[in-house]
Design a protein around this ligand. Structure first.
Ligand SMILES: Cc1cc2nc3c(=O)[nH]c(=O)nc-3n(C[C@H](O)[C@H](O)[C@H](O)COP(=O)(O)OP(=O)(O)OC[C@H]3O[C@@H](n4cnc5c(N)ncnc54)[C@H](O)[C@@H]3O)c2cc1C
Length: 395
């Protein structure tokens, strides 16, 4: 075990990970309870997967894929806008199916594009009456409908989008994947053409890195990047102690839980991503910020950052082709665990890790990797606020 030169007595908590989860918990402990936290981050930057930077043309680009905060929760908005000025925004996406660009999530325009005028009118009316009062439904619900025409529409979408997309994104057949994943993208029962339908949708005006910096900016918080915390953490199983640099500590851990416990119950499955960033000398590359290509081999989607939200690139734009790739713990640096692959088996494996973690009262798991959940940012923010409250009660 490395000697860190870190004086543990100076801190009340160690937080592993400077993503939203680690940063928010550190901030709450700092300002509500006057507790000192050392935040350790393995990467050379803060912000976790929300991190952004400016490319050579001054375009703000998100290194780990397109991120926009969307939420219906007042508490989330109130908390996060203390640390950034929100730039209201509505993400728009398209999907290219059989060579035709159609709104994503699919909507009534999709029906107009793929059906004759009469058939389209009948199908839209049928959907409106079948799902009376509902703004959207999931493809799973459409597939289970008793109406043959609705099911036929669902099967068309499923075979041309969901099935090939799932195969590429997850390397699985849709039947193997947790239904919650298929339910994430709705089918909209109107001409509404935005990607999310939450009450609030915004991007921090000065970017996500600045947001993270502002959350961490407190005299009771110290941040060290390029520091792998696992080199300093150990567990005394017999006594249920968590040790940092061989001294007892209270640990908030937001990294991958299987890695924390040296894969003792096996490797939890993730999908990783590879982003191919390209600078293109043209004002606009595609119609919308994100265009999905379910049927294209290799990449799943292209994000155009000058449309996220609108940015001036001086005649240039920046696009990122997104390739799902296997996650491999032996792979060279850069192969990150992005999406937990949620199946019955993987959820059971995670449960063993969670139960084992409970043996250590000084350990708190929070965030998408530590909890093996497909969390959106608003869910992580809420979770971090909840966890801070639980920690504060114990103080
Ligand atoms: C491609 C993509 C697009 C997304 N788009 C959206 C979106 O538009 N809207 C939305 O709401 N959500 C989106 N999300 C989800 C969002 O990224 C997460 O909800 C959020 O970033 C999770 O924050 P976190 O703090 O839990 O994890 P992370 O951001 O992953 O932070 C964990 C940090 O811990 C660090 N770490 C791990 N192990 C160690 C260690 N041993 N020592 C030191 N540091 C360590 C990691 O380096 C990382 O920085 C998207 C996710 C992906 C993959």
């Amino acid at each position: 075990m490395k000697n860190s030169g870190i004086e543990m007595r100076e801190y009340d908590y160690i937080a592993v990970g400077a993503g939203l989860a680690g940063s928010i918990i550190a901030r709450r402990l700092a300002e509500d309870k006057g507790k000192k936290t050392l935040v350790l981050e393995r990467r050379d930057h803060i912000g976790g997967n929300t991190y952004d930077f400016r490319d050579p043309h001054g375009i703000r680009v998100q290194k780990y894929g397109p991120h926009v905060i969307h939420t219906n929760d007042e508490q989330v908005r109130r908390f996060i806008t203390r640390f950034c000025e929100p730039e209201d925004y509505r993400t728009k996406c398209e999907a290219v199916i059989n060579g035709t660009s159609t709104p994503s999530p699919f909507n009534f325009k999709t029906i107009d594009q793929f059906y004759g005028a009469e058939e389209a009118a009948a199908l839209k009316n049928r959907l409106i009456s079948y799902y009376e009062g509902r703004p959207s439904v999931t493809v799973v619900e459409l597939l289970e409908a008793e109406d043959d025409d609705i099911r036929g529409f669902a099967e068309f979408l499923f075979e041309n989008d969901y099935r090939p997309y799932t195969a590429k994104q997850w390397a699985l057949d849709p039947s193997e994947i947790d239904p919650s994943v298929l339910k994430r993208v709705p089918v909209v029962l109107s001409y509404g053409d935005t990607y999310f339908y939450d009450k609030y949708e915004f991007i921090p005006k000065n970017g996500f890195e600045e947001l993270a910096r502002s959350i961490l900016d407190h005299p009771n918080i110290e941040v060290r990047c390029k520091t792998d915390a696992l080199e300093l953490i150990s567990f005394d199983e017999a006594d249920g102690r968590v040790l940092f640099d061989n001294r007892d500590c209270r640990l908030i851990y937001t990294g991958a839980v299987d890695e924390l416990f040296q894969y003792r119950f096996g490797v939890l499955p993730y999908r990783s991503l590879h982003f191919d960033f390209r600078s293109v000398q043209q004002k606009s590359f595609q119609n919308t910020a994100i265009v999905a290509y379910p049927q294209e081999p290799g990449f799943t989607r292209i994000t155009e950052y000058t449309k996220m939200p609108y940015q001036e690139g001086g005649g240039w734009t920046c696009v990122a082709y997104e390739y799902p790739v296997p996650y491999d713990i032996r792979a060279e640096k850069g192969n990150e665990p992005y999406y937990p692959v949620l199946t019955e088996e993987s959820k059971a494996a995670y449960e063993r890790y969670r139960a084992y973690a409970e043996r250590f009262p000084g350990l708190t798991l929070c965030g998408r990797l530590a909890e093996f959940k497909y969390y959106n940012m608003d869910q992580v923010i809420l979770r971090a606020l909840e966890v801070s409250e639980e920690l504060e009660k114990r103080i």
